[in-house]
Ligand binder design. Structure first.
Ligand SMILES: [Zn+2]
Length: 255
């Protein structure tokens, strides 16, 4: 209606337009800031990197880790949806539940395809997510593909950053070790990754359907070190034990 009085006070104090939502209030999105100092001051005219750039960098790395973390298709694989009454899985179920309460050391879940080892490994990861703990769940061949992809010039993240994030994540769940294409590059990366976590005793869960003897010797010796971890065999998986059980046990000597 023409001439209607405004419904209420509409006096905006700030005349200057505010930066759009999400834009840094310090640099207004420029990424660089200069100090408000008089001409002649040594800092006059010098630009400094705004801290919002560092935050963006951290977020990018975190998103890349999330992209790498393959847990989404496994979200329904929890302890509640696992049937521990199936033959041969009761002990594994109990042990994994215990581990998930407070992940320490290593768990190696061995068994043939379809025995439930991936379900239990995902359940451990999902439990960590539900507690807001940082966890990376990844299928080994996918992890290696991701690491390789970081060498492309268009990659949003550098190889070193991604490898460091995987190496140091508070809980790492590696599904399907031994199915990767065993190039020497892949073996070396996996060894470096697992050796770092071994020497630093970082909580790590590994599943494999291979005999440990069939894996890279250096990796197998770390997986079968009872001082740090435990090998759990699932359903009819007795054959997956190392051939000379115990002979691989070595004194833990960080190298
Ligand atoms: Zn800024």
């Amino acid at each position: 209606m023409v001439g209607a009085r405004p419904g209420g006070p509409d006096h905006r104090v700030a005349e200057r337009p505010l930066p759009a939502a999400g834009v840094c209030l310090v640099c207004a999105g420029a990424g660089w800031v200069s100090l408000d100092v008089p001409v002649g001051h040594p800092m006059f005219g010098r630009a400094f990197r705004c801290e919002c750039l560092d935050r963006q960098e951290e977020e990018r790395k975190f998103e890349e880790l999330l992209r790498l973390s393959n847990l989404e298709p496994f979200r329904s694989k929890t302890f509640a949806t696992f049937d521990p009454r199936l033959p041969g899985v009761g002990h594994a179920y109990e042990r994994c539940r215990q581990y998930a309460q407070d992940p320490m050391g290593w768990l190696v879940l061995c068994g043939p395809f379809g025995c439930g080892k991936t379900h239990l490994a995902a359940a451990i990861a999902n439990e960590a997510v539900s507690r807001n703990s940082k966890v990376l769940f990844t299928v080994v061949p996918d992890l290696l593909d991701h690491l390789r992809a970081t060498f492309a010039p268009s990659s949003p993240i550098q190889y070193d950053d991604l490898f460091e994030a995987v190496r140091t994540t508070p809980l790492l769940v590696l599904d399907d070790l031994g199915t990767e294409h065993a190039s020497s590059w892949a073996q070396e990366k996996l060894y470096q990754l697992l050796n770092h976590r071994y020497n630093n005793e970082l909580p790590t869960v590994v599943t494999t359907n291979r005999r440990l003897d069939d894996l890279d010797d250096r990796i197998a010796s770390r997986l079968s070190d009872r001082a740090l971890g435990e090998i759990i065999l699932l359903e009819n998986a007795r054959d997956y034990r190392p051939r000379q059980d115990g002979e691989r046990r070595r004194k833990r000597t960080p190298r």
